[in-house]
Ligand binder design. Structure first.
Ligand code: ADE
Length: 233
């Protein structure tokens, strides 16, 4: 079974987020286990301090290395990247990481993986975490969040829905945006004429070969118009 362990100072952030929709169903079906751990449990001081001022000065606070290393060691048995058990990834969410995309979601969705998600906070995380502990540093886009928690939830959602059996039908994740490097084709439902806006005739024709051809062309056209960068990859 795929397992996510989230290390965060806001475990409550995930309580309802992992209890909705596809993610909830996948958990109930035993396809994935998701546990949010409070980073503060791995502090050793009376006040459970997880951050400190940066050496060299400057604004803001930096997450200390000790509780993070202790947490990863408690969860995986390893306190360095090279000692991690097979199929174990330690993912640091940060604005400096590789930009998350469908290919990484697919890679992470291999069953029996153990994925530790480290949520950064404040002005940063002590660099020794990225240097010695992390297997993947991941950003969800070129903007700055106040913490890695929303990013961790994005990754969980994108990965869980790829697990076999997570979606209603096995094919649901095959014919969708990015699965073929293209955006999805446009979808319509009833009514065929809504306020004068008509559904393309081909889709009403019942001719499946024609419909398949129309969809392929429409997906290409939409990609060309909205995301030409995808066609150049
Ligand atoms: N933490 C702060 N900004 C982030 C981003 N864009 N992606 C992931 N984690 C972050």
């Amino acid at each position: 079974m795929l397992r996510f362990d989230i290390i965060t100072i806001f475990p409550e952030f995930f309580r309802e987020a992992i209890d909705c929709g596809i993610v909830r169903r996948a958990r109930n079906a035993g396809l994935v286990e998701i546990i949010a751990h409070d980073l503060r449990q791995w502090t050793t001081d009376k006040h459970h301090v997880v951050d400190d001022r940066p050496f060299g000065g400057g604004d803001g606070m930096v997450l200390k290395p000790e509780p993070i290393f202790a947490g990863v060691e408690a969860l995986t048995g390893a306190a360095r990247r090279e000692d991690l058990p097979p199929n174990t990834r330690v993912v640091l969410l940060s604005a400096q990481g590789e930009v998350f995309a469908q290919a990484l979601a697919k890679d992470l969705s291999q069953s029996d993986s153990r994925i530790v998600l480290l949520c950064g906070r404040y002005e940063g995380v002590d660099e020794r975490v990225a240097d010695a502990l992390v297997t993947d540093e991941v950003s969800i886009g070129d903007y700055v969040l106040s913490g890695g928690e929303p990013a961790a939830m994005v990754i969980i959602d994108a990965v869980v829905r790829l697990l076999p059996g997570a979606l209603g039908s096995e094919t649901s994740a095959v014919n969708e945006s990015f699965s073929e490097g293209l955006l999805d084709y446009p979808q319509y439902t009833r009514p065929p004429d809504f306020r004068g806006m008509r559904v393309p005739e081909t889709l009403l024709s019942g001719n499946h070969a024609e419909i398949a051809r129309w969809r392929k062309e429409a997906a290409l056209e939409k990609t060309r118009r909205k995301r030409p960068d995808l066609l150049n990859r």
